[in-house]
Design a protein around this ligand. Structure first.
Ligand code: MN
Length: 206
């Protein structure tokens, strides 16, 4: 069984970036629905028994993949955000890599926001590191994660499904992403950069 992971902050703590109604629908309805759906598959598919969330993602397709990957993506998204504007900074190691690979932190922001805005339909925009620790900004469609097929490990993600911002921002995805950028938990991003493997989100597993 999987359970809805506890948010690392109060549901109201990201306001006015994300207000309580936006958070309630996204976390308690959308994220929870993916958990409930995956648990239904667990009830009927013995091959899923005992597997971690990441193992399920890497070995499944169709509805099982979609729900498992969306649990992973949302959990990772919540942990990448910070309640206080700009209160954390990238580690020295991460900042050097950002300057080397993008030119500056502002240039990375511009690239991340641009990639998120141009993602067609539902998906996710990511800052990732490849096996040589080179930083890349990528987007994925629907439930896709970057790390299948030996792809890069995620450091940070923003949800660009309309359900992620429509309550607070209506159609203004650009404004949502620009505001997202001032609420990043850089400690989380820096830890993911220092790690050599994809973040394990076992917290969602009971
Ligand atoms: Mn979402």
């Amino acid at each position: 069984m999987f359970k809805l992971p506890t948010l690392p902050y109060a549901k109201t703590a990201l306001a006015p970036f994300l207000n309580e109604e936006q958070m309630t629908f996204h976390y308690e309805k959308h994220h929870k629905a993916y958990i409930d759906n995956l648990n239904k598959f667990l009830d009927t598919d013995a091959s899923l028994k005992g597997k971690s969330l990441e193992e399920i993602i890497l070995s499944s397709t169709g509805g099982i993949f979609n729900n498992a990957a969306q649990i992973w993506n949302h959990t990772f998204y919540w942990f990448g955000m910070n309640t206080a504007n700009n209160s954390t900074k990238p580690s020295e190691k991460l900042l050097s890599a950002i300057v080397k690979d993008f030119g500056s932190l502002d240039a990375l922001k511009a690239k991340f926001v641009e990639e998120g805005v141009k993602t067609f339909g539902s998906g996710w925009v990511w800052l990732c590191a490849d096996k040589n620790d080179k930083l890349v900004v990528v987007s994925t469609s629907n439930a896709q994660v970057p790390f299948t097929n030996s792809g890069p490990r995620p450091l940070l993600t923003a949800d660009v499904w309309e359900h992620a911002y429509y309550v607070d921002y209506r159609n203004l995805r650009l404004k949502y992403l620009e505001t997202f950028w001032s609420h990043i938990n850089w400690n989380f991003v820096s830890e993911n950069y220092s790690s050599t493997s994809v973040k394990s989100l076992h917290a969602a597993h009971i």
